[in-house]
Design a protein around this ligand. Structure first.
Ligand code: FE2
Ligand code: FE2
Length: 572
């Protein structure tokens, strides 16, 4: 596959991803949850995974991307990577292309625990910017091979106070390089779509590039991801959350070392930096969570067998035996949920905050049939807090489709069924809030939380087939209510992780896009006027036909409006 690739270098093939279109459905034939589990499992033992030897050991910046700093009106972090150690890595920055300020970058490195490649990343913390203004910057180093004409771009800081702004979102992006498991050229069109809508920033809802499904070459997959994103992420912050495919063997306590080394994210003040965080723009607080901490589903790195996964000898790491999965449920021992409650309480008491938007990877409300479905862990740990403090909107990924819920508040108990025995199971079925839709069609999220599944970034596995009750044809969802740890599979020496164990009527499901698994959501916040209503208009655009052939043309699928009174008292 990538033996001739220069690891850490931009993949030149990605410039023309359409040269080898592949059939989406062909890939997916026969693939349900079991198919994905199979895709997740065959971390085909690579014997001795090849250690990387960068062919061009230079400090040329690549994979350049922005994230918000502590205060999006005044600070950003400019991050990048280079094939080898950079000398004097730095950013030049100013109000125009004459720059004026020089900001040295901090180096962070890690050595991949499977193939032994060392990855060099750089992070320049830019503070004291003017709000709502355009800034020019240039990224370079003394050993930048483009030193005569270094990479240059612009970005915009957030406005202060109650002003309109736009953001976009999707998850599950992958890369355009089809050599990698779950990569697909749509991911390049998805990046272009972000640029087309010119948001202030983009929310990337986990499962960034699926490096953990390509265990012998994880850093190369990350590099292709970073270089694909650069076309947008160098021009506006892309704010990520961790998904199950960021969990990598031998890369840190939760497997997040690659993710955490590459991103600098707002501090959460706990002993788990980077895993979860919040930031505020205008009248909205954005909260990004690490749902693997609370979900029941086991979806991280997994060796299905029959062969073991043997890391490169240079790592000194032992073989990982078949049937091993990296399950991190409960890793923060409640620290994340305590932080979440404190953050929500403070937001609910802040009269300048009208909207609370949560980003996470996995789903509390998904009725995908071919995908993962919903997870009781989120419903138990976090949905009661969303109710208590009035979270307006949750954006997720994980299932590679589009689904929108009605505003939900509270639960119906003991209405689920065990898929095997038919016994009654308490799935905590979310309850659609009464009277949450106004006469003008808008949804009042002070009455309930709207959940959006936005998993249609660009993977090769769309999951836009949804469950229905065979008896009445109404939406039906499957739910993980307990851990699906690996068990022996039919073939001797192999292991599998079973799909969700319970079913419920998806009475909360309001819209499902059966046309394609690919799309992007565009959010326009209007702060409204004193004493009046504030709105968020959501336009979801999808890419019809992309399930078969990658498609750059995103078309409007639906528009909905969330509306509520400003200063609405949240606490119930
Ligand atoms: Fe995914
Ligand atoms: Fe996922």
């Amino acid at each position: 596959m990538a033996k001739d690739r220069k690891l850490g270098q931009p993949n030149r093939d990605s410039k023309n991803p359409l040269s080898t279109p592949v059939s989406r459905r062909r890939f997916l034939t026969g693939a349900g949850a079991a198919g994905l589990a199979a895709a997740a499992s065959p971390i085909a033992a690579s014997g001795t995974a090849r250690a990387a030897t960068p062919a061009t050991p230079d400090g040329t910046p690549e994979q350049i991307h922005l994230t918000w700093g502590k205060d999006p009106t005044r600070s950003v972090v400019i991050s990048w990577a280079s094939a080898a150690q950079a000398t004097n890595p730095r950013v030049h920055l100013g109000p125009d292309h004459h720059f004026g300020r020089t900001i040295p970058a901090v180096q962070r490195t890690y050595t991949d625990g499977l193939n032994g490649q060392t990855v060099f990343t750089y992070h320049a913390h830019v503070e004291d910017l003017s709000p709502d203004s355009l800034h020019h910057y240039m990224v370079t180093a003394d050993n930048d091979s483009n030193a005569a004409q270094p990479f240059a771009a612009t970005f915009r800081t957030a406005p202060c106070g109650r002003t309109p702004f736009r953001w976009t979102s999707f998850g599950d992006l992958a890369t355009p390089v089809t050599a990698w498991v779950l990569s697909y050229p749509q991911s390049q069109f998805a990046v272009q779509a972000v640029e087309r809508f010119e948001p202030l920033f983009h929310l990337l809802n986990g499962d960034l590039c699926y490096a953990n499904l390509n265990p012998a070459v994880q850093p190369a997959v990350w590099a292709d991801f970073g270089n694909n994103n650069q076309a947008s992420a160098a021009f506006r912050p892309w704010m990520p959350c961790v998904g199950n495919h960021e969990i990598e063997f031998n890369n840190g306590t939760q497997g997040f070392t690659s993710y955490l080394t590459r991103y600098t994210l707002p501090d959460n003040g706990t002993e788990f930096p980077g895993r979860w965080y919040s930031f505020r723009v205008g009248s909205a607080l954005f909260i990004s969570l690490s749902a693997d901490d609370v979900i029941f589903q086991d979806g991280g790195a997994f060796v299905g067998g029959p062969a073991a996964l043997t890391p490169a000898a240079s790592t000194g790491n032992p073989a990982i035996e078949p049937g091993t999965s990296f399950y991190i449920h409960g890793y923060s021992a409640g620290a994340q949920t305590r932080w979440l409650e404190r953050t929500l309480r403070e937001a609910s008491e802040d009269e300048e905050i009208d909207w609370i938007i949560v980003q996470m990877h996995q789903d509390a409300l998904s009725s995908s049939k071919t995908g993962n479905g919903s997870d009781l862990g989120i419903r138990q740990a976090w949905l009661p807090l969303f109710d208590r403090y009035g979270v307006d909107l949750v954006v997720c990924g994980h299932d590679h489709d589009y689904e929108r819920s009605f505003p939900v508040r509270g639960f119906n108990h003991d209405v689920g069924q065990d898929v095997t025995t038919g016994a009654t199971v308490d799935t905590m079925q979310p309850n659609p809030a009464a009277d949450a839709q106004d006469s003008d069609g808008s949804f009042d999220t002070s009455r309930g939380t709207v959940h959006l599944i936005l998993g249609g970034g660009g993977t090769s596995a769309p999951l836009d087939v949804y469950g229905s009750d065979p008896g009445n044809g109404l939406p039906q969802a499957k739910i993980f209510t307990k851990p699906n740890r690996p068990i022996p599979a039919a073939t001797a020496g192999t292991f599998t992780r079973l799909p969700a164990d319970a079913l419920e009527d998806a009475i909360w499901s309001a819209q499902r896009d059966t046309g394609t698994g690919y799309g992007i959501a565009v959010f326009d916040l209007d702060p409204g006027k004193d004493g009046g209503k504030t709105t968020i208009t959501i336009n979801y655009y999808h890419a019809p036909g992309a399930d078969k052939v990658p498609n750059p043309d995103y078309e409007l699928f639906e528009t909905i409006t969330l509306a509520k009174h400003r200063h609405h008292r949240r606490r119930r």
